[in-house]
Design a protein around this ligand. Structure first.
Ligand code: ZN
Length: 185
């Protein structure tokens, strides 16, 4: 595949492609009649079908890792482009909560926080990725794990790990994430 098509550089189909916020395009201009909103089922259709294919072609472990890595990339770009990174920590978290709510991603709350250790327990109710799934004994929100780590990592300049310990899918009816700085906790 050539990098040139109709005189324009290839984007998604270039080996050197790296996602940036602006690649989301001019959604309002591109969808003047349909607008920027879509049904949650369509979002899940995309994510779950992708997981199916990644699981089968790679492995469950690799698929999980890749979904988490993609979430981290999304969280970093979300932080840079949607959130106000100049705010002090508590106001930054309030901004994050507000934006997650406004975009209908989920209802986030800080359950515990230790600012000295930079360790947090966050909950997300009505999570876009999993709320309403049939109960199993597994947590499924690896994309969210990466997203949270990406947001906090970009804001602080440190590396974070987020692990989901409870999930709607694990019968808890809420997603709960333990967040630590990487390599600690
Ligand atoms: Zn979950």
């Amino acid at each position: 595949m050539t990098d040139e098509f109709n005189g324009r550089c290839a984007m998604f189909k270039s080996e050197s492609y790296r996602f940036q916020w602006r690649d989301l395009g001019d959604i309002d201009g591109g969808r003047p009649n349909l607008g920027s909103l879509v049904n949650v089922a369509v979002y899940r259709l995309m994510q779950y079908s992708l997981r199916d294919v990644l699981n089968r072609h790679l492995s469950v472990e690799k698929a999980t890792e890749l979904l988490r890595e993609a979430g981290r990339l999304a969280g970093a770009e979300f932080c840079r482009n949607v959130l106000n990174c100049t705010l002090p920590f508590n106001e930054f978290v309030a901004d994050l909560q507000e934006k997650l709510l406004a975009l209908k991603i989920g209802i986030m709350r800080v359950e515990k926080s230790d600012l000295d250790k930079m360790e947090f327990t966050l909950t997300v109710a009505e999570d876009l990725d999993c709320s309403g799934l049939p109960p199993t004994d597994e947590t499924v929100c690896e994309y969210d794990e990466g997203f949270i780590a990406g947001v906090l990592g970009t804001y602080t300049g440190r590396e974070f790990d987020a692990r989901e310990v409870d999930c709607w899918a694990s019968s808890e009816r809420i997603c709960r994430f333990k967040v630590t700085t990487k390599g600690e906790g």
